[in-house]
Design a protein around this ligand. Structure first.
Ligand code: SF4
Length: 327
C-alpha cells in the first residue's frame, strides 16, 4: 500500500487557506485519485480538481496557476534544481513494504562491496537493507546524486548520479523497488551489475539480461539512423525535460555532418504528434526513456543525445553512455 499522507495534505490545505487545490497523480496512482479528492474535500472544504493529463515524473509539474490556489503532486519527490513553490506539496506516496532477514538468502550473490539504490517509494528501506548487508560482513555505500536528486540512493529514470557517485568503490548495486524502469537507468548508467529486490514480492533478479537486450536494440537504432538525411531534434517543453542547449548542439553537429536538421518543440512526445512530419529520424533531447523504452511504437528511428553523438562520430559505441538529464 502507498501512503497518500492524507493528514499532512489536509493540514497543509487548511493552514494555507487554499480554497481550491489541483491534484496531480502519475499514471499508476490515478486509480486512487477520486478517493483522495473526496477525502481531502470532505476534510478541508476546499474544491479538488484532478489533473487528467498524463504524468510520468516531477519533471512534468502541472502549472496550477489560474486553475487552483495550490497543487499537490503525488508519487514523486521534488527535483531540487527546479526550485520550489510554497503552494506546491509533494507527497511521495511511500510504500509500507518491509524487507525481512529472509531475503539475505536470495542476496548471497552480492559481492563484498555493494551500493544501495531505490525508487522514491522505497527510499525508506535503504537504512534497514544497509544494516542487514553490513551485518553479513559487506561494505555498503549509499551515494548522493546531483541537484536533480532529492534523497541519498534515489534513482530517477533519467538520472543515476547517486550510483555514479560511489560506483568506483562498489562492485555491484542492490536496487530496491518494483519494475524495470528505475533499475534499468541504474544498470545502464552506473557501469556495474544491478540486482533488483522487489520488497513486495521478495523476488530478486539480475538486470544484466535486460541491459544487454536494450543495448542491442539501441545499437540497431543508431545503425538505422545512419542513412537518415533529415532529422527533427525534439525539445520537450516540460520544465524538467527542457534541454535547449543540447538540442542546439545536436542540430549544429547534424548540419556539420551534411544532414538537414530542425528543432521541434513538443509538450508530449508521441507517435501521433510526430506522424505529420517527413523527417527520416529523430533525436529526442527530452525524456531519454521515450527513445529507449518506447522505440517500437515509432515508425522511424529515435535516438537519445548520447546516441546521436555516436552517430555523428563524437564518441564510439564502446563509449556508450546512458543519456542522463543532469542538474
Ligand atoms: S525525464 Fe523521464 S525519466 Fe526523468 S523524471 Fe521525467 S519522466 Fe522520469
Amino acid at each position: 500500500m502507498f501512503d497518500f499522507e492524507l493528514d499532512r495534505a489536509a493540514a497543509w490545505i487548511s493552514d494555507g487557506g487554499f480554497s481550491s487545490v489541483a491534484l496531480q497523480f502519475p499514471e499508476g496512482l490515478k486509480v486512487r485519485a477520486e478517493e483522495v479528492a473526496g477525502i481531502l474535500s470532505d476534510r478541508t472544504g476546499a474544491e479538488m480538481i484532478i489533473v487528467g493529463y498524463q504524468c510520468y515524473g516531477a519533471c512534468d509539474l502541472f502549472d496550477y496557476k489560474g486553475v487552483a490556489d495550490a497543487l499537490i503532486h503525488y508519487g514523486h519527490s521534488p527535483i531540487p534544481c527546479l526550485g520550489s513553490d510554497p503552494n506546491v506539496l509533494y507527497v511521495e506516496s511511500r510504500s509500507d513494504a518491509r524487507i525481512g532477514p529472509e531475503v539475505m538468502e536470495s542476496l548471497k550473490a552480492l559481492p563484498e562491496r555493494v551500493g544501495i539504490l531505490a525508487a522514491v517509494q522505497y527510499i525508506g528501506l535503504i537504512p534497514g537493507a544497509k544494516a542487514m548487508l553490513e551485518a553479513s560482513g559487506r561494505k555498503v555505500l549509499v551515494g548522493t546524486g546531483d541537484g536533480r536528486i532529492c534523497h541519498p540512493g534515489q534513482v530517477l529514470g533519467c538520472n543515476c548520479t547517486a550510483a555514479e557517485s560511489v560506483s568506483s568503490d562498489v562492485d555491484a548495486f542492490l536496487f530496491i523497488g518494483e519494475g524495470d524502469f528505475h533499475p534499468l537507468a541504474a544498470v545502464l548508467g552506473a557501469g556495474r551489475d544491478v540486482l533488483v529486490l522487489n520488497p513486495v514480492s521478495g523476488e530478486v533478479r539480475d538486470m544484466s539480461p535486460l541491459r544487454d537486450r536494450i543495448l542491442r536494440r539501441r545499437f540497431m537504432a543508431i545503425q538505422s539512423a545512419r542513412s537518415a538525411r533529415s532529422f527533427l531534434v525534439i525539445v520537450c517543453t516540460k520544465a524538467g525535460q527542457r534541454r535547449d542547449a543540447e538540442a542546439d548542439r545536436i542540430v549544429r553537429l547534424l548540419r556539420a555532418d551534411g544532414r538537414k536538421a530542425f528543432k521541434v518543440l513538443m509538450e508530449e512526445v508521441t507517435p501521433a504528434a510526430l506522424m505529420a512530419y517527413r523527417a527520416d529520424a529523430y533525436v529526442n533531447t527530452g525524456c531519454p526513456r521515450i527513445a529507449m523504452d518506447d522505440s517500437a511504437t515509432y515508425s522511424k528511428p529515435m535516438l537519445t543525445v548520447t546516441e546521436a553523438e555516436i552517430l555523428l562520430g563524437q564518441r564510439d559505441w564502446d563509449g556508450y553512455e546512458f543519456d542522463q538529464i543532469r542538474s
